[in-house]
Write a protein that binds this ligand. Structure first.
Ligand code: ADP
Length: 494
């Protein structure tokens, strides 16, 4: 038997997942690591935690499965996106902690870019709405705030990279300084159409080109795993940001195909084919992946609070004891009885974009009970998702034939059925819901010739399909109630 391993370097944990030649998930190993909050709004990771947990889980999964590492044909890396590292080219030693995507420290730098009227330029070139979330201003901050960093960078002594890049550098015997196009597309420094670093943006953000990694395809051998790790050399054959890997792992290979990950937040990506679609609805234009030198583009929309509203019901409101219990409680009532919950705890993301919105429950009556609130909370995940889906369909002019679902909350059958009903679109949950890891493995397996495109289509298998069955009049009423509730939540804080 031959195998492929995916390294899934996430925000709170590192995982290694073993897939066999048939694409079956055979074993996995995960380790959490420390979150560092040096100031309110700042988030960092210790780079050595990232590296060591990732190496330990890689060794751990091989040991757990009891396989011979010689049978591993390829390793694919997928990663938390935008998180920014800067390290010494000679020693590989980071000059500072990793600045995590959630970190808001560079918000003032973004305000300056906006005040200088650069929003449209950035949008046109990168597909992104300028934000502290992306790597560009994080790198700028490192160069300007770590003593000696800028001077050393100018001399070509430092390497910048996102987590994929940092892992590739440290895991390959060649010390490959590379990043894939999907990760590059999240830096706010990469020209989406030209598929290369953008000179003008580098000048604007004052980034010396010498620090930048070489941009490679998402499915491409970038180097060999250092023999010291598993005793054999294995090709590292894929790099891709987590959401992009998930889109690939959901086999959304054709234009118009769309996946939504129901995790803490919700992340939706739609494959839009060979041309980038400029959004009229504040969605991001990004890369789906780059394979065989050909970029495939995507639209992306995220919802800040998805499964997190279920955690809130459990931990803060104590309305349920476990997340799965929410399904039974929601189904204990026939409908929401006019109650809507807008979980705008941290503002609203796509397509509403209102950072002043706050959480709201409306439509309460004397008869409202716990089950109505629980139901309204689950419904809000689907209703927010439906809004993003609508925006994507409008922007792209493409009507998806189904929504492919994954992530922790996709296990909730009530949520999946309600999603199909309010979106008036079939929802499909695959057999392997670890789509991020699967996608990284699929990209790597393809790069080394283990799997053809036909094989990749065979690896993805539907487990459960949810068909819309709601009467149009009921849907209309629900959507009208929801839009009204959203309008109440907007602009709440001054
Ligand atoms: P992340 O990768 O963002 O940590 P996961 O994909 O692991 O998230 O999903 C965890 C989220 O899914 C949590 O917010 C949890 O509340 C929610 N969740 C898990 N199981 C269920 C369920 N059966 N019903 C509803 N929500 C669930």
């Amino acid at each position: 038997m031959k195998y492929v391993i995916a390294l899934d370097q996430g925000t709170t944990s590192s995982r290694a997942v073993l897939f066999d030649q048939q694409g079956r998930l055979t074993a996995s190993c995960a380790m959490e690591f420390k979150q560092i909050y040096p100031h309110p709004g700042w988030v960092e990771h210790d780079p050595s935690d990232i590296l060591h947990t990732q190496i330990s889980t890689l060794k751990g999964v091989v040991e757990k499965a009891g396989i011979d590492p010689k049978d591993v044909q390829a390793i694919g890396i997928t990663n938390q996106r935008e998180t920014t590292l800067l390290w010494d080219k000679q020693s590989g030693k980071p000059v500072y902690n990793a600045i995590v995507w959630q970190c808001r420290r560079t918000a003032p730098l973004i305000e300056r870019l906006k005040a200088d009227g650069l929003s449209n330029v950035i949008r046109d070139k990168t597909g992104l709405i300028p934000d502290a979330y992306f790597s560009g201003t994080k790198l700028q901050w490192l160069l300007d705030n770590v003593e000696g960093a800028r001077a050393r960078a100018e001399k070509g002594e430092l390497c910048f990279g996102t987590v994929d890049s940092f892992l590739a550098y440290n895991l390959t015997k060649e010390k490959a300084h590379v990043t894939d196009a999907t990760n590059a597309a999240r830096t706010m420094l990469f020209n989406l159409r030209a598929q290369q670093w953008d000179e003008m943006l580098l000048r604007i953000l004052d980034i010396p080109p010498s620090v930048l990694p070489h941009v490679v395809d998402s499915a491409q051998v970038v180097g060999m795993l250092d023999k010291a790790i598993l005793g054999v050399e294995i090709p590292i054959a894929a790099l891709a940001g987590d959401q992009h890997a998930a889109l690939f792992g959901q086999a959304c290979f054709a234009s118009g195909m769309v996946k939504n990950t129901y995790g803490t937040g919700c992340f939706m990506l739609m494959n839009t084919g060979s041309t980038p679609v400029v959004s009229q609805n504040s969605l991001l234009t990004t890369l789906a992946w780059r394979v065989d030198g050909t970029p495939t583009y995507a639209l992306e929309g995220s919802v800040f609070i998805g499964g997190a509203v279920v955690q809130w019901l459990r931990d803060e409101m104590h309305l349920i004891q476990t997340a799965p219990e929410s399904e039974k409680v929601a189904l204990s009532v026939n409908d929401n009885a006019g109650v809507y919950l807008v979980p705008a705890f941290t503002g609203l993301g796509a397509p509403h974009w209102d950072m002043y919105a706050r959480g709201t429950i409306v439509g309460l009556t004397r008869g409202t009970g716990r089950a109505h609130i629980v139901r309204a909370a689950l419904e809000s995940i689907a209703l927010q998702t439906r809004d993003v889906l609508e925006a994507m369909a409008r922007d792209s002019g493409l009507k998806p034939s189904a929504l492919r679902a994954d992530g922790g909350a996709s296990a909730n059958n009530f949520l999946m059925q309600f999603q199909a009903d309010v979106a008036d679109l079939g929802v499909v949950r695959p057999r392997i819901t670890e789509t991020t890891a699967l996608g990284a493995a699929m990209l790597a397996g393809r790069a080394v010739g283990l799997w053809s495109d036909v094989d990749l289509n065979r690896i993805w298998q539907s487990d459960c399909a949810f068909t819309p069955s709601m009467a149009p009049a009921v849907r209309e009423q629900l959507l009208a109630g929801w839009q009204k509730a959203v309008s109440r939540a907007k602009g709440w804080i001054e």
